[in-house]
Design a binder for this molecule. Structure first.
Ligand SMILES: NC(=O)c1ccc[n+]([C@@H]2O[C@H](COP(=O)([O-])OP(=O)(O)OC[C@H]3O[C@@H](n4cnc5c(N)ncnc54)[C@H](OP(=O)(O)O)[C@@H]3O)[C@@H](O)[C@H]2O)c1
Length: 286
């Protein structure tokens, strides 16, 4: 919302050659030229000016120190948002300068009371929390942890919640049952608790630069050419069982861009955005 303020302008005859131009749309144009400099000159004019409000958007990134989460934090900071992150290890091993502009909280989503402080004043949340392990561990991290976060955010009156989930991978879904059952349980909860402000992103493989300690792994070396190649195999994506293996990889910066937009744009439609949707929204915002 923008604030409209009235401003008074007073000018005196001693002013040198003066031009005051108002916006052409209201057609007002005041000027004096040099021949009129000595004449008494006075303008009292009420002029409306649009002043943007101070930034009130506060974004909490769950897992902001992870691979996707750190891209999300950077994207949000670039857009001038106030950014906080919560994860079990806090800031962890991130050494990049942008990390100094994030408020780092330590907390475990499996103990939801540790989320309370971090949610204070937050208007939107992006969850990048997920992981692999045994089936029961995967259900907890991808499912229970995010269910807890969704419920806590809803209770605190957060307006928008974006969950970075994952695309189906056909037969792989069976092998990673806990991972996918957890993801889908969190998605269902999100659409229930945030029917108007809940967005689910379902990327396939995400590539980009992944920091492992002080080492940066350039996963884009494989991911970027694969993404281009897979643009031409889209019809194969419809094949039963193996089709989803042709899901194109997507850049972490594209996922971050769409996630931040979905978390802050009140007209971004709620629901599921698949990998093609992520590519499309990302292209549109360029
Ligand atoms: N990378 C991909 O190719 C890919 C593809 C499709 C979908 N995804 C999904 O995208 C999301 C992000 O993936 P990623 O590759 O960025 O994973 P990641 O690098 O392993 O990041 C996971 C983040 O979750 C935090 N975390 C884990 N358990 C937590 C808990 N109990 N409480 C609080 N924080 C917790 C971790 O920080 P701490 O360890 O400090 O807690 C870390 O910041 C995941 O949901 C993943 O399933 C990833």
């Amino acid at each position: 919302m923008r604030t409209v303020v009235s401003r008074l302008i007073h000018s005196r005859s001693s002013l040198p050659r003066l031009f005051i131009m108002d916006a052409p749309r209201n057609g007002r144009y005041l000027s004096t030229d040099s021949s009129k400099v000595d004449e008494p000159f006075k303008v009292e004019e009420a002029e409306t000016v649009n002043i943007p409000p101070p930034p009130t958007e506060k974004l909490l990134v769950l897992g902001g120190n992870g691979f996707v989460g750190s891209h999300v934090c950077r994207e949000a900071l670039d857009r001038g948002l106030s950014v906080a992150s919560l994860s079990r290890s806090g800031r962890s091993s991130l050494h990049d300068p942008w990390a100094n502009n994030v408020t780092w909280h330590k907390g475990n989503l499996l103990s939801p009371e540790s989320l309370k402080d971090a949610l204070d004043g937050v208007t939107s949340v992006i969850s990048c929390v997920g992981g692999f392990g045994s089936n029961s561990y995967m259900y907890k991290i991808n499912g229970t942890a995010n269910l807890n976060a969704i419920r806590a955010a809803s209770e605190q009156g957060v307006k928008r919640f974006v969950y970075v989930s994952a695309a189906d991978f056909g037969v792989v879904n069976y092998l990673l049952r806990g991972y996918y059952e957890g993801k889908r349980a969190a998605e269902t909860e999100l659409l229930t608790k945030f029917p108007y402000g809940g967005v689910i992103l379902r990327p396939g493989f995400i590539y980009g630069t992944r920091s492992v300690g002080s080492v940066k792994l350039p996963l884009g070396v494989i991911g970027s050419p694969l993404e281009m190649l897979f643009q031409h195999t889209r019809p194969l994506n419809q094949l039963p069982l193996v089709g989803p293996l042709f899901t194109p990889p997507v850049n972490a910066t594209a996922v971050a861009n769409v996630a931040v937009r979905a978390a802050t744009d009140p007209v971004f439609p709620p629901g599921i955005v698949d990998v093609y949707g992520i590519q499309r929204y990302n292209q549109k915002s360029k």
